[in-house]
Design a protein around this ligand. Structure first.
Ligand code: WQD
Length: 330
């Protein structure tokens, strides 16, 4: 299969590329390198530097003939999206519409969207399945929902199908250490915890310890990025075989609190990890846990690498490797 990954030089895209390469698929990566890294791109990939806001660049890339497209080119910081909505509407919505319409024109009929649990908003029941109402509490989540809605319309009107993968909290790194590029200025919990352990930040701010959860801190469903990557292979196979749409959650189906993440990180890294408890972060639900029953049933997908130990140990290894590298150049 020939698959083109838009936004493929980022954290998740790099792992997705590795998964396709492992089974000898032909992989192209289209990325504007705004947050992705050129060094993340495996040399077996065809790399195209370009921006989804530039229709000519998208058109040229698609004209090379691909069986499927994976769309991961998006900004993803929920908090930032509330402060800078233009940045998110322009890139995430306008850019995605460019990409979708150009795929239809180029007759690339199979589209996989990197979507998010943020489309659900505050859960009204747990675990969250795909029938749960979609009512995003941040603009980022709305952009993903808006893309899904457009995909539904285009698949009704044109010869075009999509799978939308609603990721829960993506975490962890390739277990074989093939991906060493760290995200710049991370805002998500696990990389921030790692930065404290590595001495790059003085402490971790824990956003709220008075939630209705066993230890008072927020509970999330952390899913290993290698498991997510596998989901994309299965989604591509599903589209090529069934020619129909699918929206599925990808989550581990288990909830971990911020405190449990800190405790495990202390054990694995052997570092103290200084913590300061502060106010809740606006828009944060107390608990978010996936039901992935549909992904199991429709795609045969199961989370195999998503234990908290595997997630934190694989991430810590990458932080240590980077520390060694930077020490060499001091
Ligand atoms: C996890 C928990 C925080 C940082 C976001 C997106 C979601 C998905 C994953 C992609 C929460 C707490 C965090 C910190 C903290 N991504 N926390 N101190 O907000 O659950 O989900 O990323 O689509 O769509 O919204 O992830 O890692 O920011 O937070 O206490 O410095 O850690 O309050 O309970 P979130 P997160």
């Amino acid at each position: 299969m020939k698959v083109l990954l838009f936004g493929g030089a980022g954290y998740i895209g790099t792992h997705v590329a590795l998964a396709f390469l492992e089974r000898n698929d032909t992989v192209g990566i289209f990325d504007n390198l705004s947050s992705g890294l050129r060094s993340n791109v495996d040399e077996r990939c065809r790399f195209i530097e370009g921006d989804i806001l530039n229709k000519d660049q998208v058109k040229a890339a698609l004209s090379e003939g691909w069986d499927a497209v994976v769309h991961l080119a998006a900004f993803k910081a929920a908090g930032e999206s509330m402060l800078k909505p233009f940045k998110y509407s322009e890139n995430n919505i306008t850019g995605s519409l460019n990409l979708i319409t150009e795929c239809v024109r180029a007759k690339v009929k199979n589209f996989i969207l990197s979507s998010s649990a943020a489309v659900y908003g505050e859960p009204s029941y747990l675990p969250v399945d795909e029938s749960h109402p979609t009512n995003p509490t941040n603009y980022y989540g709305y952009t993903k929902l808006c893309i899904e809605e457009n995909l539904k319309w285009y698949s009704k009107l044109k010869d075009f199908n999509f799978v939308s993968l609603r990721y829960f909290n993506a975490a962890g790194y390739d277990g074989d250490g093939r991906m060493l590029g760290l995200e710049m200025n991370p805002a998500n919990l696990i990389p921030v915890v790692m930065e404290v352990a590595a001495g790059l930040r003085p402490n971790l701010l824990v956003f709220g310890d008075d939630y209705d959860t066993p230890d008072g801190t927020g509970v999330r469903d952390y899913v290993h990025v290698t498991d997510l990557a596998k989901g994309h292979l299965l989604a591509a196979d599903y589209l090529l075989k069934n020619h129909q749409n699918l929206i599925v959650n990808l989550g581990s189906e288990s909830g971990l609190s911020v405190q449990q993440i800190i405790d495990t990180a202390r054990e694995i890294t052997g570092k103290g990890i200084d913590v300061q408890y502060v106010e809740r972060r606006p828009g944060d639900p107390a608990k978010l846990i996936a039901s992935s029953t549909k992904a199991k049933k429709e795609l045969g997908w199961v989370a195999e690498h998503s234990s908290v130990e595997s997630i934190i140990a694989s991430t810590w290894k990458v932080y240590q490797a980077n520390q060694k590298k930077s020490a060499m150049f001091k």
